[in-house]
Design a protein around this ligand. Structure first.
Ligand code: TYC
Length: 120
């Protein structure tokens, strides 16, 4: 069969109807898959070290994780005692940006504070 005959078949009403059904089916499948699988979330945590001042860590938690002073102090003390503390849970982009901002701020201030993100 030559190319002109194929083009004719591909545009017959029946062929167009099949094409429309296939497209609709694909769209529904994609929407169903998106509805069933929510995007992954990431926790952002601070790690303990022996040098970063407690007051600096409290200020960081307040500034980048929107915590009041009391909550920030509790998180900082938890990191100090147990080695690690979660400051919040975010989408991938937001978590990545938080880590970058915290690390940049800490390095500029000359502190070795570590901040990590982990899928929850
Ligand atoms: N351990 C630090 C100190 O005694 C305080 C500290 C707390 C450091 C939390 C880092 O993520 C941290 N100065």
């Amino acid at each position: 069969m030559d190319v002109y005959s194929e083009m004719h078949i591909a545009s017959t009403p029946k062929a167009l109807e099949y094409k429309r059904m296939a497209t609709k089916h694909d769209t529904e499948t994609l929407l169903e898959r998106q509805a069933l699988k929510p995007p992954p979330l990431y926790q952002v945590a601070l790690l303990n070290d022996d040098y970063t001042p407690m007051e600096f860590v409290v200020a960081i938690i307040q500034e980048y994780f929107n915590k009041d002073r009391e909550t920030a102090t509790q998180i900082m003390l938890s990191v100090h005692r147990y080695g690690k503390g979660v400051c919040g849970v975010f989408s991938k982009d937001i978590a990545c940006t938080k880590v970058e901002f915290v690390l940049t701020h800490a390095r500029k201030a000359g502190h070795p504070l570590q901040c990590v993100m982990e899928e929850v």
